[in-house]
Ligand binder design. Sequence first.
Ligand code: ADP
Ligand code: MG
Length: 239
Amino acid sequence: MSEHASALIQAARAAGRTSLDEASGKRLLAHYGIEVPRSVVVQPGADLRTALHDVQPPYVVKVMSPDILHKSDVGGVRVRLGDAAEVEGAIREMSRRPEIARARLDGFLVEELAPAGQELVIGGMRDPQFGPLVMLGLGGILIEVLQDVSFRICPIERIDALEMLDELKGKPLLEGVRGRAAVSKEAVVDALMKIGGPDGLLTALGEEIAEADINPLIVSAERAVAVDARFILRQKVSV
Ligand code: ADP
Ligand code: MG
């Protein structure tokens, strides 16, 4: 494991955490070559004009809290904010929401809006016998209701990643049906390899990670951007 990746995980463990916060999760993904939005973590009341210097609008604001699993469910995600003043207003409004006001707060993640595209999910979990598994699914209702997903044992090869895509019943959604633009399958295969391939994140960190969830990975005609990231750490069994 490289220095940087292990430092992110050790810092979370040292802070008594059982999962990585979204900003750390995205740094981990970026370390393995997955594209994530440029972002900054701010505290309420911060000087946003300075903080947002390197982050370009339109902005997305998200609450960061170990107590909040599904940010949208508590009004903790706002997209398409035009400037620092709108970001400030969104943070103020979120901070007043009861579920957010009573949660432990890590801050607010302000990030760039990813290009529009098809939402996919890449997941990771452990099989007690085979170790890390990588999962691919189509986002939203397709994964929740239809459980349209495909699994492989890590490490995977490109041919496996292509087969995973092929197995999805929702595959036509990636190929441009009913006037939708086709999305880059190559970008999906590339992202799958960076997670589950021989040098991928799950293959390298399988001993540390109990569960990974990139939900969604937004895939457009050229790119795949991980806009949400959650990593649950494995409990160390002491002997
Ligand atoms: P949740 O904790 O509710 O899953 P997400 O971070 O996944 O929160 O955000 C909810 C939704 O907002 C995503 O499914 C996606 O549609 C949209 N979204 C979030 N971040 C971005 C972004 N940076 N660019 C574009 N859309 C985004
Ligand atoms: Mg999400």
